[in-house]
Ligand binder design. Structure first.
Ligand code: SPV
Ligand code: MG
Length: 545
């Protein structure tokens, strides 16, 4: 038996520190918000540079401390939440004197930021790559900022990098080394030596003379042609790719805007840009779905599949240009009313299986699946088009029915893995002289109105002609599956597919097959629903509301 404690994962700050202290060259990738931080992590980087230039630019501001330090902190908080990587923050000058550095470092530690680089300039600073003056801080004063920062950290692993701007300001190597010596002695964990020359000559010269007394970090933005191997040979600890995510996205956005503007269409850009699914992935939608399974009440997790692929030919001209479910019922399509009832009942996701004139089913707040073989296939083939949605708690409903909300409430609360809603007052829907196909349910016993009589009733068959004596009522076109029931339904679909019978099977046959293998519970209702098969039904529907 091994009683050794399992290794505790290193904190982010410890990971940044060990990257800087390790003998190998490390790379910090620029990020300027949560999304770019996540993208850097997915690319395989092990640490992030939260660039002041980039964050300011995304706020539409110049890199002259126009954004306040708390505004930067807010961005950092999102970044730290979005990635598990250590973040080294570009802390500019520390936003003032030693006292500002103290508050900054405390806040960064509170927000889980692994380290900060502060530069030996004066507030407000200017970007190092610009042409303007770069007044340097007094060495002693800057050493006070370093000491104050180190004394204020509440996370032992926090790294304070002292950034030397002597080369940027044109003061030469000796001044840079003098400052490195002083900052190291003041307690800096690493030195960032910055240069804006087109070659790495002065950086490599600095590294040679510094002799690795503490880790050295560089920012090769202007000397980008230098091979990385040169930094390894010089014993540099870390390279910061300082602004390349932002510059890449600016170029991509400009190209995309130009294309869309000029073509007044999306045709040229789709396929060249990230998909919506990519965005869902980056922000972790699947984690939320998983959490919903754990924490949401079953009702809030119920999804519904609406079978709405057929034309509904008995309605003549009314369905010439649209499917039955899109027929107007007092100013609103039938489907809108059905979807509203489902959503009011707490169903969180409604998937409509479209077929005939599918382009006319374009409602907001629904997902769609398409049965393009609608003309030659039946209801279960349509259901199979939404196979991935037959999952968890799930309702399947015909697209041409309407029912009162309480019927849905009752069905959702009913016990059972598969529960069908059956109207016990089915005789009341008969019209003198009219014979029509109805989905009649044979049940283990008839409906009983008794107050105490709630013994379970089960379905034994569903179809147009069960023996009269066994008929418990009419199926209203609505069935609920529990997660287990949904698995049974998927298995049955697989069996039908294996038998080559998927295309020809309708829902009553499907439910009959299911009830031969598993108990299918009956939830009795007494009226208060309708389906639209013909013009007389349509008149009823218009009165129903
Ligand atoms: C930044 O990324 O904000 C930097 C590096 O500080 S530089 O832009 O080169 O000054
Ligand atoms: Mg900066």
């Amino acid at each position: 038996m091994n009683y050794a404690p399992s290794p505790v994962p290193l904190s982010r700050s410890a990971r940044l520190r060990s990257e800087l202290l390790s003998p190998h060259l490390s790379f910090l990738m620029e990020a300027h918000n949560a999304l770019s931080a996540k993208i850097a992590e997915e690319a395989g980087f092990t640490a992030i540079w939260a660039s002041g230039l980039s964050i300011s630019a995304t706020l539409g501001l110049r890199d002259n401390n126009e954004a306040s330090w708390t505004q930067i902190l807010d961005v950092l908080e999102f970044m730290a939440d979005a990635t598990s990587l250590p973040i080294l923050v570009d802390g500019d000058t520390g936003y003032g004197n030693f006292n500002n550095v103290r508050r900054l470092v405390r806040k960064l530690c509170q927000r889980g930021i692994a380290g900060a680089a502060i530069e030996d300039k004066v507030f407000p600073k200017a970007n190092s790559l610009g042409d303007g003056a770069q007044p340097l801080a007094d060495i002693d004063e800057f050493c006070g900022r370093i000491r104050a920062g180190k004394d204020s950290q509440t996370d032992d692993g926090f790294t304070l990098v002292a950034r030397i701007e002597a080369l940027i300001a044109g003061h030469g190597l000796d001044e840079a080394l003098r400052r490195a010596e002083a900052y190291h002695a003041a307690g800096a964990d690493a030195i960032l030596i910055h240069s804006k020359r087109p070659t790495a000559a002065e950086i490599l010269a600095f590294a040679g003379r510094w002799g690795n007394r503490c880790p050295v970090v560089i920012v090769p933005t202007t000397y980008h042609a230098t091979p990385t191997s040169a930094y390894r040979q010089a014993g540099i600890s870390a390279v910061i790719w300082a602004n390349h995510n932002l510059r890449a996205s600016v170029a991509a956005m400009a190209t995309t805007c130009r294309l869309i503007h000029d073509s007044q269409s999306l045709a040229d850009v789709e396929g060249r840009i990230a998909s919506v699914q990519d965005l869902f992935h980056l922000v972790g939608n699947s984690e939320l779905e998983e959490a919903e399974r754990r924490y949401l009440s079953p009702r809030a997790r119920t999804n519904a599949i609406v079978l709405a692929a057929s034309q509904g030919s008995a309605l003549g001209a009314l369905t010439a240009d649209r499917p039955k479910c899109m027929i107007d019922i007092r100013g609103e399509p039938l489907l809108c009313r059905l979807v509203a009832t489902l959503k009011e009942g707490g169903v969180h996701r409604v998937t409509v299986v479209r077929g005939y004139r599918k382009e006319t089913i374009a409602l907001s707040g629904i997902d769609v699946a398409d049965n393009d073989e609608y003309a030659t296939t039946g209801e279960v083939a349509s259901l199979a088009c939404a196979l991935d949605r037959i999952d968890g708690n799930c309702l399947v409903v015909y697209g041409d029915v309407l029912f009162r909300r309480y019927i849905l409430d009752g069905l959702l609360a009913a016990e059972g893995d598969i529960v069908v809603a059956v109207d016990a007052l089915w005789h009341a829907r008969e019209r003198p002289g009219v014979t029509r196909l109805r989905d009649l349910a044979a049940t283990t016993r008839p409906f009983s109105p008794g107050y105490l009589d709630d013994a379970p009733v089960q379905l034994t068959a569903l179809g147009s002609e069960p023996p009269e004596a066994e008929i418990g009522g009419e199926w209203i076109g609505l069935v609920r599956f529990s997660p287990r029931g949904a698995a049974f339904a998927r298995d049955e679909i697989a069996r039908l597919a294996a038998e080559n019978a998927l295309a020809s099977t309708d829902m009553p046959e499907f439910l009959t097959r299911l009830c031969r293998r598993h108990p299918v519970a009956v939830h009795f209702v007494t009226g208060h629903w309708l389906d639209v098969d013909d013009v007389a039904d349509l008149a009823d529907a218009r009165n129903f509301l």
